[in-house]
Write a protein that binds this ligand. Sequence first.
Ligand code: HEM
Length: 392
Amino acid sequence: MNTPPPCENTGVSDSIPGREPLSEPALSDERRTRDTRRAACPVARSPAGVTLLRHADVVAAAADPATFSSAVSAHRHVPNGLDPPEHAAYRAVIDPFFTPGRMQTLEPRLRTIARETVAALPRHRAVDAITALGYPFAVRAQAEWLGWQGIEDELLAWMADNHAATRSAERSRTAAVAAAFDALVAAQIRRRRELGDAAPRDPTTELLRAVVNGRALPDADVVSILRNFTAGDLASIAAALGVAVHFLATHPAEQAALRARPGDLPEAIDEMLRIDDPFLANRRVTTRATRIAGFVLEPGTRVELNWTSANRDETVFGDPDAFRPRDNAPNNLVYGTGIHVCPGRPLATLELVLAVRALLAMTARIELAADAAAERGTHPLGGWTRLPIRLT
Ligand code: HEM
C-alpha cells in the first residue's frame, strides 16, 4: 500500500496532499486505503478535486449548499444538480413517489420478483451473486416499479454496457451509454404520449403529468429524473445487494441471527452498507472561499463528499468493521444527508429487504464459493463486481 502523503496544514489549499496515483493493491480495496488516508489527513487532492474523508466534514459540506453547490456539471441534472431554491420545487414532486402507502402497494409485486429470482439460482455450486442475483433483481424490480415491463433484457444489456463504460473512464463511451439510456426513456415517454388518457397508471405517466411552479415538466427534466431514478435503482441496488450477501456469507453468526429474526433486516442491511458503502461519493463545487477541516478552499474548487470513508470514520463509529446496527444508525450516511438526501431510500430498503429475506427463507446456508475468487469494484464503483457464492 502507498505511504500516505504528509498532511501539513499551512492553511492554504495548495498544502492539501495528493492521493494519486494509487497502487494496484490500494485500488483493489479503496475502502481500506481510505481508512489509512483518513487517519493521516482529513482531505486528499486528486485530479478530480478535493476529497473530504471525515464524517464531520462531509456532513458540514452537505449541510451548506450555499457554499457547496451541486451544480457541478455543464448539463442539467434533476434534482441532483440543482441548488436552492429550485431544488425544493423538484423534491416536492419527487418525494411523494416514495411514501409508505406507495411502498405498501408495491411490496407484494416486488416480493414475488425477489422469490422468483432467488428460486432461479442454482444450489450446491458457485453462482455469481452480482450477475445472477443483483442485476436481474434490480432490473425486474425497477421495471415493475416504473411500469417498464417488457424491456428487462434491454435494461440488463444497458447495465452491462454502462458498467464497462464506467470502468473504461472513456468520455466517448460514457456519453454513448448515456445517449442509449435517454433513447430508452424517450421511447417510454413517446408510448405514453401516444396512448394519451389510456396510458398506464404508473410513476412514469405520473411524472409526465407533474407540474413544477405551475408549469408541466419539460421532457428533458422528465428524462433527467428518470435517469436519476434508474441510476439510483439499478446500479446501487445491485451493488448494495452484493455487499449484503458478502456480509452474510462471511458472518455466519449474524446470518443465523437474521434467519431467526428477519424483522431486524432493515437496520441490519443499513449497517452492512455503512461498513462497506458501495455508493462511494457525490460531487460539489465551492461558490466562495471557505475553510473545511482547517484547509482553505478557493471559490470554484471541486469537492468530493466521500460517503464510504465518512461511514468508516473511527472518531464516530469506533472500530469501523464492528456490526452495531442500532448504535450506528443515527450517524449512518449511506443515503446521504442534507437537502439532497436520497428520496429513494424507502424503495431501496424495501427492495433490499425483500431480496435478502427471500434468500434467507429459501436457503439453509449462504457461503462464499471456495473455488472462485470475489472481485472488488474500483473507483468510481464500490462493493463487489464479482461475488461467487454457494447456496445450500
Ligand atoms: C442502495 C441504494 C441507494 C443508495 C446507497 C443511494 C444513495 C444516495 C445518496 C448518498 C444520495 C445523495 C446525493 C448527494 O448528496 O449529492 C442520493 C440521492 C438520490 N437518490 Fe439515492 N440511493 C440509493 C437508491 C436510490 C433509489 C432506489 C432511487 C430512486 C428510485 C434513488 C434516487 C435518488 C435521487 C433522485 C437522488 C437525488 C436527490 C437530490 O438531489 O435531491 N436512490 N442517493
